[in-house]
Ligand binder design. Structure first.
Ligand SMILES: C[S@@+](CC[C@H](N)C(=O)[O-])C[C@H]1O[C@@H](n2cnc3c(N)ncnc32)[C@H](O)[C@@H]1O
Length: 303
């Protein structure tokens, strides 16, 4: 079967708008610059430092400027192009941090309409610095939009990655029955009908995600680490993909950096469309996909 996986070198808005007429996306995840005010650099050799560029840094990967208005102006046509391409039950996840998320939320509401705002995830990467005398920002925010109406966006909760243990007090107080197989459960009667909940199935996750450390993507000791600055952990993307897509669906990330979204999409049997404006990002992504034996077409200048 010919592959539909594609990787583009180019500006996110242009790449998205240039997709063939009729091509629809089930999930778009975007993790843009956050208005940090720095140059982000690679760690490729031992001793090099990843992230904000300084003396010990490796190659420059991309610029993350400090101007929030400029970031909003850059993102506005990208978000508009994404909305045009989403399927009716598709989802758009926009990963930001506190520097610009509020400005970007207002801009997204103007494009999608407030009715399309599904909600937000608070993700704690677990590696925020804790300044002794200043307030410590230890979370990032993912804004979620549906194409038209929040009710249309899928969010599946049956996979174990979308579940968490019941609160300790609830577990102790309510799960007092045991079935023939030895599984503890509680029964609730709602509208005359009895529903059974098993302790070992846990409850659906909420909107605060504290269980996915960024460390796995950020250390060269782990297989997953590519040395790309701000690389996100595969488990974070796996959770989002399992919640919002099915096998055979199309997932896009037009600011793919090291290619995390694309690698996860491929491993879960989803098709992908990736892109980035940075040559270094594409080099890292291509190496990652090639090493994993993933087939895709590359659209851009060959290095
Ligand atoms: C935070 S990084 C993405 C990291 C990625 N999620 C990962 O796991 O590796 C942001 C990326 O956005 C890219 N970028 C910034 N502006 C862009 C634009 N206008 N079009 C395409 N890519 C852009 C940068 O080159 C950078 O790779």
């Amino acid at each position: 079967m010919p592959t539909t996986n594609r990787l583009f070198h180019g500006d996110a808005a242009q790449v998205c708008a240039s997709l063939p007429e009729g091509e629809r996306l089930d999930l778009v995840y975007l993790d843009p610059p956050y208005a940090v005010g720095t140059v982000m650099a690679m760690r490729e050799e031992p001793g090099e430092a990843r992230g904000r560029k300084h003396k010990a840094s490796g190659r420059e990967a991309y610029v993350d400027g400090a101007d929030v208005d400029a970031l909003v102006a850059m993102l506005t046509p990208v978000v508009a192009a994404v909305r045009e391409r989403l399927t009716d039950n598709g989802s758009f996840y926009l990963h930001m941090d506190a520097r610009a998320v509020h400005d970007v939320k207002v801009a997204c509401d103007r494009i999608f309409g407030r009715k399309a705002f599904v909600g937000e995830v608070i993700w704690t990467p677990g590696n925020g610095s804790r300044g002794a005398r200043t307030f410590s920002m230890t979370h990032q925010t993912l804004l979620i939009y549906a194409r038209r109406d929040r009710k249309d966006a899928r969010f599946r909760v049956s996979h174990p990655l979308l579940r968490e243990p019941f609160a300790a007090t609830s577990d102790k107080m309510h799960f007092n029955n045991v079935d023939e197989a030895g599984r503890r459960f509680r029964e609730r009667v709602v509208g005359g009908k009895a529903y059974r909940y098993y302790a070992d199935e846990g409850r659906r996750i909420g909107s605060v995600w504290t269980d996915i450390p960024a460390m796995v993507a950020n250390t060269p000791l782990r297989k997953e680490g590519t040395g790309y600055p701000t690389q996100k952990p595969e488990l974070l993307l796996e959770r989002i993909l399992r919640a919002t897509t099915d096998e055979g669906d199309t997932v896009a990330d037009f600011m793919c950096g090291s290619g995390t979204t694309l690698a996860v999409a491929s491993s879960l049997g989803r098709h992908f469309i990736g892109g980035d404006a940075s040559h270094v990002a594409l080099e890292v992504t291509r190496k990652r996909l090639d090493t994993a034996g993933v087939a895709y077409a590359f659209v851009g200048e060959q290095e």
